[in-house]
Design a protein around this ligand. Structure first.
Ligand code: SF4
Length: 315
């Protein structure tokens, strides 16, 4: 393939993610990225037909802030125990928190349980296919609604996760990293890049996400293995270094998140209420420990009992 000397027609200039007018900027990207996906996509359990829409939804909740390798075993156990939304809905929310294990951000477990209850009550136990109905479920935001509608039902939606945002930032906008939080300009760009045909749009959503996960990674991107290396605006511009705001770190040690994780781990392992004194043993600093426990209670992840005992929520 002969490398063009300038970015795609209609591509925004470097540093100008809002400049999407002109010819459809994605047309030269769709075919190579989808062909690459057909050859290189990982065989993941939620991509198999037997996963069904519920499997897709569970995986999307788990994958939002956790890598695939950590999600895989928890996903398998979850689906074996709760193969349908109604199976999860029939159990207390605390069981979802327990089964969530160490995936982190455990409010996702409560939200998934809440969604399973609503699917059972409002939709006869079937995950809806319509984006608006998905969005109306508790705990489901724009991203998850679009991902489930697209991946499970082949609908045409812009599915904008971290990996996709990075691919678009580089290949189309010509910058190394997207903004820290998703912007309206990125959403417009993602919509502009969507193939018209519904089936192709769904393939494109999955394929561009996989490209970001496997090739156009945050560090050490492997452009020589990339199917759009000849069109990539950032590469063609000589890979200018990121000059936006500092990128958010993911510090964990010493944070309230770490303390919350330790408290929850004790409650997950115990199958009976746990006394305050046991929880006090997980962290040396009492103010931070109390703040973390209060936060868990406020989030509905932990239920305080009258006698100074704590447990995972039963309702
Ligand atoms: S050429 Fe490199 S930077 Fe551009 S999209 Fe491909 S992997 Fe990412």
């Amino acid at each position: 393939m002969t490398a063009p000397t300038k970015p795609l027609p209609g591509s925004p200039a470097p540093g100008d993610p809002d400049r999407t007018a002109g010819t459809a900027p994605g047309e030269q990207l769709h075919a190579p990225v989808i062909a690459w996906f057909d050859e290189h996509a990982r065989d993941l359990p939620w991509r198999r037909p037997e996963a069904g829409p519920w499997g897709v939804m569970v995986s999307e909740f788990m994958l939002q802030q956790t890598p695939v390798s950590r999600v895989l075993p928890v996903y398998e156990q979850w689906m074996a125990r709760w193969p349908r939304p109604a199976d999860l809905a029939a159990e207390p929310p605390g069981e979802a928190v327990r089964a969530w294990g160490r995936l982190g951000y455990p409010r996702r477990a409560l939200r998934l349980h809440g969604a399973a209850v609503a699917i059972t009550e409002r939709h006869g136990g079937d995950v809806p296919s319509d984006h608006a109905q998905l969005l109306a479920l508790p705990g489901i935001g724009e991203y998850t609604a679009a991902a489930v509608a697209s991946f499970a039902y082949g609908r045409r939606h812009a599915v904008l996760d971290t990996n996709v945002r990075r691919v678009f930032a580089r290949a189309v906008t010509g910058v190394q990293y997207p903004p820290n939080a998703t912007t309206a300009a990125e959403r417009r760009l993602a919509r502009a890049l969507l193939p018209e045909d519904e089936g192709t749009a769904a393939r494109w959503a999955a394929a561009s996400m996989e490209l970001g996960a496997l090739v156009c990674t945050a560090k050490n991107e492997t452009c020589h293995r990339c199917p759009i290396t000849a069109q990539c605006a950032w590469r063609l511009a000589g890979k200018p270094e990121h000059d936006g705001p500092p990128r958010r770190g993911q510090t964990y040690a010493g944070t309230d998140r770490q303390v919350r994780g330790k408290l929850l781990a004790v409650l997950r392992e115990a199958h009976a209420p746990v006394p305050q004194a046991v929880l006090d043993g997980v962290w040396h600093e009492p103010v931070q420990r109390a703040r973390a426990l209060d936060g868990l209670v406020a989030d509905g992840l932990v239920e305080p009992l009258p006698d100074g005992m704590y447990r995972l929520p039963l309702s």
